[in-house]
Design a protein around this ligand. Structure first.
Ligand SMILES: Cc1cc2nc3c(=O)[nH]c(=O)nc-3n(C[C@H](O)[C@H](O)[C@H](O)COP(=O)(O)O)c2cc1C
Length: 228
């Protein structure tokens, strides 16, 4: 994807990327992006983020450990509920659409469990991005601090665009608290909230052609008191 020049471009050119080129990203670049991301506001400036930036064998070891665990016994029990236990409309249809659109681009037909699993476990290899990020938060924080964390994560993804880099935020990692704790040696007080792939997009890859829809502001905003 092209390097954007404005904040509007950064927002418009950020898409979740699920296939990356093998080109490495220097630690200094990752550090610069994280420093920019950390300009995000947070309540009383607590800056609740903690990041594990993984590359090379460290990233591969985590991917292997989670993939093995998933294939042997499925998801781990997690105390971080990112998704609801039961889905209702309109969220369910939106969720189904993005999955169906992604599989259609990849030519994966409904019921082809082998290919669906194959695509799903690519999450754990950070979609072969050269950098894998794991984000944790101190367990003392409740859901409020996740607002601050979200701002940090969006800053990170937009800052990455300024370097011609792309990302995919990944809740898939929050299902593997124990495996990540053991592999990375996380302290007990840290909870994994998500991961993120970071690298250079493979521009021609079918899965990277997915441009998701958005409900326009006029549909989700109740404008009141405006002159026009
Ligand atoms: C917190 C968060 C977690 C996500 N987790 C995953 C994931 O585990 N795997 C994945 O392929 N995409 C994941 N996504 C990407 C979403 O599917 C994507 O953001 C959404 O469909 C909108 O598409 P866009 O990012 O291309 O605009 C996640 C996005 C967010 C914000």
């Amino acid at each position: 994807m092209n390097t954007p020049v404005s904040i509007k471009d950064a927002i418009h050119t950020r898409h979740s990327i699920r296939r990356f080129l093998p080109a490495p990203v220097a630690a200094d670049t990752v550090r610069e992006i994280l420093d920019l991301a950390a300009r995000a506001p947070s309540g009383t400036n607590v800056q609740p983020w903690k990041v594990y930036a993984l590359a090379g064998p460290e990233k591969e070891a985590l991917g292997r450990a989670i993939t093995e665990k998933y294939l042997a016994s499925g998801f781990e029990k997690t105390d971080f509920d990112y998704y609801p236990k039961e889905w209702v409309e309109p969220w369910l249809s939106r969720r189904r659409k993005v999955g169906a659109d992604l599989y259609a681009l990849l030519g994966i037909v409904k019921g082809d469990k082998e290919r669906m699993t194959g695509q799903w476990i690519r999450n754990y290899r950070f979609f072969d991005a050269p950098v894998g990020l794991i984000f944790t938060i101190d367990r003392i924080f409740g859901s409020g601090m996740l607002l601050d964390y979200g701002m940090f994560l969006e800053n990170l993804m937009l800052a990455a665009r300024a370097f011609g880099l792309d990302t995919c935020p990944q809740a898939a990692f929050s299902d593997f608290q124990n495996t990540i704790r053991q592999t990375l040696g996380l302290p007990e007080n840290e909870r994994v909230i998500c991961g993120m792939a970071l690298g250079y997009a493979e521009p021609e890859a079918p899965e990277n052609q997915l441009i998701t829809e958005r409900v326009p502001a006029r549909e989700f905003t109740d404008f009141r008191g405006f002159a026009q």
